[in-house]
Design a protein around this ligand. Structure first.
Ligand code: PMP
Length: 351
């Protein structure tokens, strides 16, 4: 076994509603608001697309998801040869780490960000620099200061999970200008569709100027397909060619490919979902206690509080499963009536 596996544990998903009900003796319904899934579900057109391909299950998928690649290429106006798919972004992060990192290489990212950048780097025996957050968000200057000749990858998450905070177009532009052009900067925009801030980066545009700026997106969040596992990276043709060597031949399933195409085509539905999310998100920030919340551009709110276990328990008592962190609680924004309950708790909690 690789020695470094001793430093890691397997991913532990949040407890299921059934086991939490037993553990806490909770009566009534429990709402799963711990993983930032889309509470409205995917476009109804996804179901129709899946049904019309059920007779093809015995065939392997088309390797490399060419139909979905073409659909994204058209939608985002990027060359299809610059797109690579994974079974969720989790697999994309794994493939990139596996392809790029050798023992002793260094990755730089932030503390309090998505854990898979760290996890996969350690598996490849790379060193991980986690730059402390600044004002609750990514400290891009702090990251620049850590760059040296061992740096092989920089991971950014925008908006960041779990804080929900973001950095602007100008901040990203100024950052990319100062990163040596041979160091890939991976920008994970898993939650981009939920963003309403006008100054959020147009990362596709920045990619025209910076060959080392690579963009990651997923169908798991706003498109509501977390259960089907589809994510992708847009990078230089050279990088994609190499990373594609690592990709397991049939990693995105046939059904997932058709479902993602149907979801992508229904932009009207996506707009409805993201508008509802932004309306509901605003309701959280309208209460005075929002002084304890980090500002979010995503479909979740991070309550920064040392009494995090007490808040987690209080939310669970009204039937809402959230995600507990040592320094806070991350709440996935739910359906209106779920948010009513959580907002009541947040209003009366002793911070
Ligand atoms: N990146 C970020 C920032 C995430 O929050 C997640 C999911 N929690 C992922 C990547 C992985 O997403 P998926 O594998 O479902 O595409």
């Amino acid at each position: 076994m690789k020695k470094q596996l001793d430093q890691l544990t397997a991913y532990t998903p949040g407890l299921s509603p059934e086991s939490l009900k037993k553990q806490y003796d909770i009566k009534g319904e429990l709402h799963k608001l711990a993983s930032n899934e889309n509470v409205y579900g995917p476009s109804p057109k996804v179901k129709t697309a899946i049904q019309s391909h059920l007779d093809e299950l015995y065939y392997y998928p088309e390797s490399g998801s060419p139909k979905l690649r073409e659909a994204i290429s058209q939608q985002l106006n990027v060359d299809a040869s610059r797109i690579l798919f994974g079974a969720g972004l989790d697999e994309v992060i794994l493939m990139i780490s596996r392809a790029v990192l050798s023992p002793g290489d260094k990755i730089i990212t932030s503390e309090s960000t998505f854990g898979q950048y760290y996890h996969n780097a350690i598996v490849e025996s790379a060193d991980v620099i986690q730059v402390p957050l600044k004002d609750g968000g990514f400290d891009l200057d702090g990251i620049l200061q850590q760059i040296d000749n061992k740096t092989s990858l920089i991971w950014l998450c925008n908006p960041n999970n779990p804080t929900g905070t973001y950095f602007s177009h100008d901040e990203l532009f100024n950052f990319l200008k100062r990163v040596p052009s041979d160091i890939p900067v991976l920008i994970d925009e898993a939650y981009v569709e939920f963003v309403t801030a006008d100054d959020f980066p147009d990362t596709l545009k920045l990619q025209e100027d910076f060959d080392n700026a690579f963009l990651l997106r997923t169908f798991s969040k706003a498109y509501g397909l977390a259960g089907l596992r589809v994510g992708y990276v847009i990078a230089s043709e050279d990088a994609i060619e190499k990373w594609n060597i690592i990709r397991p031949p049939f990693n995105v399933t046939r059904i997932s490919e058709y479902a993602a195409i149907a979801a992508l085509e229904d932009q009207e539905y996506l707009k409805e979902v993201t508008q509802k999310n932004s309306f509901e998100r605003d309701r959280f920030y309208q209460i005075p206690q929002s002084q304890y919340f980090l500002p979010s551009q995503a479909n979740f709110v991070f309550v920064k509080i040392s009494r995090s276990q007490a808040l987690y328990d209080a939310l669970l008592n009204v039937g809402c499963i959230t995600r507990l962190f040592p320094n806070g609680v991350r709440i996935t924004i739910g359906l209106p009536e779920q948010n009513d309950k959580m907002i009541e708790v947040l209003k009366h909690f002793e911070y």
